[in-house]
Each structure stands twice: as C-alpha cells, then as structure tokens.
Write a protein that binds this ligand. Sequence first.
Ligand SMILES: Nc1ncnc2c1ncn2[C@@H]1O[C@H](COP(=O)(O)OP(=O)(O)OP(=O)(O)O)[C@@H](O)[C@H]1O
Ligand SMILES: [Mg+2]
Length: 355
Amino acid sequence: MENPFKFGTIVEAEYFTDRVKEVKYIRQFVASANHLVMISPRRFGKSSLVAKAVKESGRKHITLNLQQVMSVTDFAGKLLREFFKVRPLERVRHLLSHFRIIPSVTMNPMSGAMEVTFQPGLDGGTLLEDALMLLERANTEQDRLIVILDEFQEIRDIAPKLDRQLRAIMQAQKHINYILLGSQESMMADIFENKKSPFYHFGELMRLGKLPRLDFFNYLSTRLAGVFPENNDAIANRILDYTGCHPYYAQQLAATTWQFGVLQPGTKDAVQAAIDQIVKSHGLDYERLWMGFNRTNRWVLKQLATGGALQSVEHRTSTVYSALKRLQKAGYVIYSDRYELEDPFYRQWILDEQD
Ligand SMILES: Nc1ncnc2c1ncn2[C@@H]1O[C@H](COP(=O)(O)OP(=O)(O)OP(=O)(O)O)[C@@H](O)[C@H]1O
Ligand SMILES: [Mg+2]
C-alpha cells in the first residue's frame, strides 16, 4: 500500500487539496498583462499552487529557483536552458544572432536538455539582458510566456544592483508574465513594498495562508480511513490541532501516523508515536540549533512553545521584540494571527527539554 500523504516536494494531482480560489485567481491573473508576487512562510505550498495554476492554464512557462543561481551569468544561462525546454532551439536559433556575445549551446546527452554556457569573464549583466530579450522576442503579446522565479528574495544576494538592472529590463517587456515567489517575508516585503526598492509595486502582492481547516480535514480523514476506520476523524482533527493546519507539517505527521498504522497496527496511540519519532529523528539538529541561540532568543522560543507571556521584568519589551523579528526573519517564528513557532516538532522538543 502506498502512503497517501506526501511532504517535502511539490504536490499535485491527488496529493493536492483545496486552493480552488487561489488557482482560479492566478489563472485569471496571468491572462492579463500583469505580474504576480506571492509571499508566504516556508512550505505553505507556494510552488505547488503556482505549478498547478500554470499547468491548468495550458500556457508556456518556465521556472527558475534563484537559490540555485550562482551568478548573473549563471542566471542568464539557466533562463535560456529552461526556455529551450519549452521552445526548441531550432525555432529560436535566429534570435541568438542578436546576442552581443554568442553563447554555446550543447545538448546534455544524459538528460537531453540543452546546456547554455558563455565564455568565462564576460559581463553577466549583458548576458542576462540578451537572454531576457530573447525570451521577449520569441513570444508575442497574444501568446505570452510565464516566467516563475522562485525564492526571489535571493536576487539581492546574487550580485549587487542586480535588482535594479533586472527591473529596468522587465519594465520594457510586454510578452512575459512574471510570477515572483518568496518565503522570507520581511525581505520580500522590503523588495516590493519599500518605495526605495526598484521592485516597488512591481506586481500584485498575494499572501498565501495555511490551508482551510475543513477541506484539509476531509483530505486527511478520507485517506486515514483505510488504516484507521474507527477513529479517522479524531486522528485527522488531532493532526490539524497539533500542526495548526500547516500544510507541510500536517502532511508529514499524517504520513508518519499512517505508517505506524500499517507497520505496527497494535500501536495504542499512533499520532503520539509519530510525533515522538519525528522529534527524535530531528533531535541532533534541534540541539545544535538551540546551542546557537542567545539567551533572549531561547527565552522567546520557550515562551512561544509554552504559550507564556512575552513580557517579563527580566526582558525589556524592545529586546524581546527585536529577537522576535530576528527569529521571524530566520524562519523559526511565523506570524499569521499571532506569533508562533514555525515547526511544531521543534516546539515539542523545546517542551520536552523543560522537563
Ligand atoms: N494544496 C496542498 N494540498 C496538500 N498539501 C499541500 C498543499 N500545498 C502544500 N502542501 C504540503 O506542503 C508541502 C510544501 O509545499 P510547497 O513545496 O509547494 O511549498 P512552498 O511554499 O513552495 O515551500 P518552500 O518554502 O520550501 O519553497 C508539500 O510537500 C505538501 O506536503
Ligand atoms: Mg517552493
């Protein structure tokens, strides 16, 4: 029997639930000439959602994760490589003659993909501009290409002033819809909402929340029924309570619980056994993380884990607040309707350490 839950990768088809409104919205959105910016904490389902919406739209699209881009030259090369996957090189070969510096395009015999390389030492900016111009020229206003740039906040790390240059190029394009995704909320907000940033008001800002409880409940409960026919509803509710409806952690806990049900059917409390196993398997990482936090951070994390007040005589409000902001920026703390620990299993580990 195959595990009906999936976590850690892009989910689609039967592993994807809800987001009906969002899918519709994105499909409508890319039908206009505008660009979309999507922000959410890590692993809320941005990549999966956009992949689904774009696939359903039937439009040509390419995706690039900026975390995997090493330099501006690499950016240009990867954009072209992805583009040649949706548009055969033969059809756009003539456009390569517009390049100020002609790249070499070779076929990777293993993957069949076209690899694009440039002579070393060239100005990355020129290459990127030429690459983006090729994308523009190879498409039309009636048949726009969708370019998805994931982990877009990385733009600031790839090279200084790259954001300014990129914006200048994109501004002149009419044959591309950009969808820019990012998970570091404060950086993304700074890129798109700070008046001084080149990307200020570049596109419509969409913030993705957790999955709605009822739909997620049905998704979990139906799939749990095969292994836990008597208490599938109760288990689904417990998983959602424990993970606060976090898409990734709920799927992870459901997958592990399901596995206990199949492999050790006698387990009295499969959810608890799953929690214990997940916490234990991350124990070393959690410990290392903890050692790296200063005292204020540790105190704040403990308060969030236990639900304690974030005020005390020993900790000044301003210090606590800046610790919270730092922890949020680093992704350990998220804010939806209140501040909470991002990882419910880390929360458990912290609670267990208190005993
Ligand atoms: N619509 C959904 N239905 C069911 N599970 C989902 C859904 N969206 C996300 N998930 C769960 O969350 C996990 C993370 O999804 P995804 O990789 O799309 O998120 P992300 O926001 O792009 O994450 P990252 O910040 O790591 O880029 C998936 O592997 C899956 O377990
Ligand atoms: Mg993603």
